[in-house]
Design a protein around this ligand. Structure first.
Ligand SMILES: Cc1cc2nc3c(=O)[nH]c(=O)nc-3n(C[C@H](O)[C@H](O)[C@H](O)COP(=O)(O)OP(=O)(O)OC[C@H]3O[C@@H](n4cnc5c(N)ncnc54)[C@H](O)[C@@H]3O)c2cc1C
Length: 572
């Protein structure tokens, strides 16, 4: 029988959202025990790699109304407006709180918090700590979380299944990567904060660990995934590696140029108006693809690319505001941005969709909450504005933590025997997968086929025929993944086993993305169909829901919460 660990709240994920939720629980109810489960040591979460900044109203020329309007417009009117209002109002307090916990925000000469411009935002409202924002935010949250004895960490534990008793989520089965043992980590409520799923694509800014595990866990437990068709391409990734060059480069005044040396966003009409390089990400990614298609790109060993030119900004500003960009350019591509333009192309960056939650982070499964990139609380709609995500992790991580406390206080612990039996079953399943030499399929092969299907079907521009082919390939892969062949039967740090579990999760998530995309026959935000080029509010102003079914994903709809901002044509 598996070991059972008992806590009150189980949080899966130690990034910005998971840590903020843990702190919220610990502060509100010091007597509640919190399990913080993470498949990597918390400082290695993807949050650490965030570069550009976190948005919140800070200046006298700004307002909640303006931040809200920019966000709803950026979302192409698919975001829920009650969520946006709550978000913009809570955001400044969250970032100030982080400062009190030690986050070294960069300052203006008069000592006030410095803010920089970001895409789709009408004024400077992105707080930053040079261009290593995620690193500083995560350090601050992690160190603050260590003040609370009630937070018990399970580092390098991989959650593989949600444990549900009597229709209520009561914990997770988790594999201790160090020993290979599976145990049941139980609580009276569970919060998923497992981050995004960029790794379902071949070319992404996302770390290797972003495999959509939490989305797959919730999905298989019957919770719908929402708005999965909306995948954000960041305009500026390094060709080859996909390493991100932050939007802060453009916030600080950088230019995008084609092979003819033109600032094409200024010279041609790509819908971004005078915002030029500071237009929203979906529009700029489309503009870059169009420039490439028009033959105005450079050709290199990793395909075609354009230029991000910072040379006019000068060494002093680059070293002060963008030191990490200089480091990345020099180390990974041999380009010093002080003297030469940086080669860039659009790269998969962020999932607007995720586990369907309400404004509290509550899912349709009682006792299960989700926050951060794994969740779709509906702040970002069809296109997220850069720098809203880190703040979202704080605002909705905290809210999910507090609501989970309320739920746990009014809820029993569940039937331990029944929950343990489910974890036993999960252990048997994992034991059968480990070193499964009788299988016929290779992890690397299926993974390659999955990522290339996604690249072909779910790119910046989508065609109905390639999307259909993508959906078919993924349905086949879902069948083939049950015949995996694994060579390594050892228990200690069996990374092959982890790759297999991640692949199984990614195929489910990828299928949800492709099927949702095929169903939306319009162009909105990051979802652009070649055949259906206009936004169609008449027929498609709703959230897509995708639910698990052994026979294949099932689609449904959910209303968008509108409010004072009437849907209008999205022009900049
Ligand atoms: C390169 C880069 C730069 C970015 N820059 C910015 C920026 O400047 N501003 C901005 O607003 N946003 C930015 N973003 C987006 C933002 O950083 C992320 O959306 C955000 O950090 C996600 O945080 P999270 O807490 O939801 O998840 P993550 O930080 O990804 O953490 C996920 C956690 O879940 C755990 N986990 C996952 N699966 C399992 C499992 N099966 N079992 C146990 N644990 C699991 C992981 O170990 C980890 O602890 C950037 C993203 C990238 C990739």
């Amino acid at each position: 029988m598996v070991d059972v660990a008992r806590h009150d709240i189980v949080i899966v994920g130690g990034g910005a959202a998971g840590l903020r939720a843990a702190i919220a629980v610990a502060e509100a109810s010091p007597d509640l025990s919190v399990a913080l489960v993470s498949k990597v040591y918390p400082m290695r979460c993807h949050t650490v790699s965030a570069e550009g900044g976190a948005a919140a109203v800070a200046r006298a020329d700004d307002s909640f109304e303006m931040h809200g309007y920019d966000t709803v417009k950026g979302s192409d009117f698919l975001a829920d407006q009650d969520v946006i209002r709550y978000f913009v109002e809570e955001a400044p307090a969250e970032l100030n709180r982080l400062e009190h916990w030690g986050c070294p925000w960069s300052r203006n000469d008069d000592g006030s918090v410095a803010t920089r411009a970001f895409g789709g935002m009408t004024t400077k409202r992105t707080w930053f700590a040079t261009d290593k924002v995620g690193f500083h935010m995560l350090h601050t949250l992690f160190q603050h979380s260590m003040r609370f004895d009630s937070v018990v960490r399970y580092d390098e534990y991989f959650a593989t299944k949600l444990l549900v008793d009597g229709g209520v989520c009561r914990g997770v089965a988790a594999l201790d990567i160090r020993t290979g043992e599976v145990s049941a980590i139980l609580g009276r409520a569970v919060i998923l904060a497992t981050g995004g799923a960029g790794r379902i694509f071949p070319f992404t800014t996302n770390g290797m660990i972003k495999t959509g595990d939490g989305m797959a866990l919730a999905y298989r437990a019957g919770v719908p995934l929402k708005d999965m068709e909306f995948v954000q391409y960041h305009p500026t990734g390094l060709p080859g590696t996909g390493i991100l060059i932050t939007e802060a480069t453009r916030g600080e005044g950088g230019y995008l140029k084609n092979s003819e040396g033109e600032r094409f966003l200024v010279e041609r009409d790509y819908g971004v108006g005078t915002k030029a390089e500071l237009g929203p990400r979906d529009m700029i990614s489309r503009a870059i693809i169009q420039e490439i298609e028009a033959g105005r790109a450079f050709k290199g060993p990793y395909g075609e690319y354009l230029h991000l030119d910072l040379t006019h900004l000068g060494e002093e500003l680059i070293d002060k505001r963008l030191p990490f960009v200089r480091e990345l350019g020099r180390i990974y591509i041999g380009v010093d941005p002080v003297y030469e333009p940086i080669p860039i192309r659009p790269v998969v960056h962020y999932m607007m969709g995720g586990v369907d939650t309400d404004i509290d982070g509550a899912t349709t499964l009682p006792g299960l909450y989700a926050a951060g990139e794994v969740a779709c609380v509906s702040l970002n709609g069809a296109n997220r504005l850069g720098s809203n995500s880190l703040t979202e992790c704080l605002v909705f991580g905290a809210r999910a933590g507090l609501v989970a406390v309320e739920f746990a206080n009014g809820s029993s612990a569940g039937n331990e025997d029944a929950l343990r039996a489910q974890a036993d079953e999960e252990r048997a399943h994992i034991d059968a997968l480990r070193g499964r030499v009788k299988g016929g399929e290779k992890i690397s092969q299926l993974r390659r086929e999955m990522t290339s299907a996604m690249e072909d079907g779910c790119g910046v521009y989508r065609h109905q025929d390639t999307l259909r082919a993508c959906v078919q390939s993924l349905a086949q892969l879902r069948g083939r993944v049950s015949d995996l062949r694994l060579e390594d039967a050892s228990r200690v740090f069996n990374t092959e086993l982890i790759s297999a579990l991640e692949l199984i999760n990614m195929i489910d998530v990828a299928e949800a993305v492709a099927i949702s995309a095929l169903d939306r026959k319009e162009s909105r935000g990051a979802h652009t169909c070649r055949e259906y080029t206009a936004r169609d509010d008449q027929n498609y102003l709703y959230h897509t829901l995708c639910s698990f079914d052994p026979a294949g994903p099932r689609l449904g709809k959910k209303d968008v919460t509108l409010g004072t901002w009437e849907p209008e044509e999205r022009k900049y």
